[in-house]
Design a protein around this ligand. Structure first.
Ligand code: HEM
Length: 405
């Protein structure tokens, strides 16, 4: 009964009333990650599972409730570059928020961002695969994210969502990501606004109300969980595959993702200051919570059809399933009902690490030429797919409806 009332309250008040209401659903285990490990090295230590985005959420809730979201989305389709002025005609409160939120943090270090570019250029091919099939598939095993995506518009049109997420992966790796001619500030701010829209809309979905163990999705902690499924998972895989990464490039890559967390609205005290700090947070927030859910299984099933209707023979369900199993392990793949694939599962298990070492120039014997060619061709087709996803104009928008199904 108390639960029902809380939900009604949220529906009536939108997310603006969420902070007070959610105090009643304090998580069972305490939040113990210390702000001493964070970028500023200090903080109030509040539990980020009970914090959302108090700057964006009320502004976007108002845009949606006043029926202005379609007009705002249309205006913002012309806004692409970091240095571009905002289009005229936005509601004044939204414009004020966006002018403030588009500023890079004072701790932005352009030389570190230049090192990140070096990293992205050298490792771009692997990055696409990791973002897609380690991070992307992992998101289906993060129960709160899987539910949020499945019951929002993103679950209704997953293909569209994948291109939009691919855009973020592409923009962060591009040459001028956070420079005036780049697009990453815009991509992050539009994503921050999309998240605020989801926080407002999802609690109004009857499917969400019945399935979720939480009231308002995408807390500060949730964003950091997903963050670890991205850069922390990238670094874990590079370590596992023994890819040598120069110290400055590793620090630059971290910096580009720290800025991204900030631009998505995460408070400094939850953003790890170093890779060690990131590992300690990931062990606490990401590793223990991954498990399959009905929604996650459906999303994973849809993701495996990614290559359908494309003239790229190696992006079949079977091969992409084998890749998922290889990236996330047998337990995760079994949990997602992904079968072993007779050729590609053993191929990846035995030949992937030697392939990477040969490609890196660290090994020149012991790799059958046929196996090398198959993996190489698969990577080439994946890059083609990735680029085709980015060819159309991609506009990240404030959602105006939930998944109707
Ligand atoms: C939307 C990235 C965290 C759920 C988006 C979009 C991007 C993105 C690029 C725009 C794509 C679209 O509109 O479909 C990220 C990044 C995150 C993060 C980089 C963290 C570093 C999360 C978390 C959740 C979440 C933690 C849920 C718990 C959603 C949902 C949408 C969305 C439901 C909207 C989909 C739609 O209805 O269109 N996110 N996200 N995201 N994100 Fe996130």
């Amino acid at each position: 009964m108390e639960d029902l009332n809380r939900r009604r309250l949220l529906k009536a008040g939108g997310v603006v009333g969420a902070a007070g209401a959610v105090a009643a659903v304090a998580p069972a285990t305490p939040w113990t990650w210390s702000p001493a490990n964070s970028l500023p090295g200090r903080g109030a230590g509040a539990d980020p599972r009970t914090l959302w985005d108090d700057e964006a959420d009320p502004v976007i809730a108002k845009v949606i409730d006043s029926g202005q979201a379609p007009k705002v989305n249309k205006l913002l389709r012309t806004w692409h570059k970091n240095s571009q002025p905002l289009p005229a005609g936005l509601p004044p409160e939204l414009r004020d928020f966006m002018e403030h939120a588009r500023q890079l943090p004072s701790w932005t270090d352009q030389s570190k961002l230049a090192d990140a570019v070096k990293f992205n250029q050298k490792r771009g091919t692997y990055l696409g695969i990791i973002y897609g099939f380690a991070s992307g598939m992992m998101s289906t095993l993060i129960p709160k994210e899987a539910r949020a995506v499945y019951y929002s518009k993103g679950g209704w049109d997953l293909k569209d969502r994948i291109s939009k997420t691919a855009k973020l992966g592409y923009d962060i790796g591009s040459l001028n990501a956070y420079q005036p001619g780049g697009e990453m500030v815009v991509t992050c701010l539009k994503t921050r606004m999309a998240h605020a829209g989801v926080r407002h809309l999802l609690p109004q979905s009857p499917h969400w109300v019945h399935s979720a163990s939480e009231d308002v999705p995408i807390s500060q902690a949730d964003i950091m969980v997903t963050w670890h499924s991205l850069p922390t998972t990238v670094m874990r895989n590079f370590r596992k595959w023994q890819v040598p990464i120069a110290a400055d490039e590793s620090a630059g890559f971290l910096h580009s993702w720290q800025i991204t967390a900030h631009m998505l609205g995460v408070k400094g005290e939850y953003i790890p200051a170093s890779w060690n700090a990131a590992e300690s947070q990931a062990k606490q927030v990401l590793d223990p919570i991954q498990h399959p859910t009905p929604e996650g299984r459906k999303l994973a099933d849809m993701l495996l059809d990614l290559g359908m209707n494309l003239d790229l023979t190696l992006l079949s369900r079977g091969v992409l399933g084998a890749l998922t199993r290889f990236m996330l392990g047998d337990k995760a793949a079994d949990g997602l009902n992904i079968p072993r694939e007779p050729v590609w599962t053993p191929l990846l298990e035995t030949a992937w690490t030697p392939y990477v070492l040969v490609r890196e120039g660290l090994l020149n014997v012991g790799m059958p030429r046929e196996a090398y060619w198959m993996i190489d061709e698969f990577l080439r087709q994946f890059v083609l797919f990735y680029m085709s996803e980015l060819r159309m104009p991609i506009n990240i928008e404030i959602p105006v409806f939930n998944n109707p199904k």
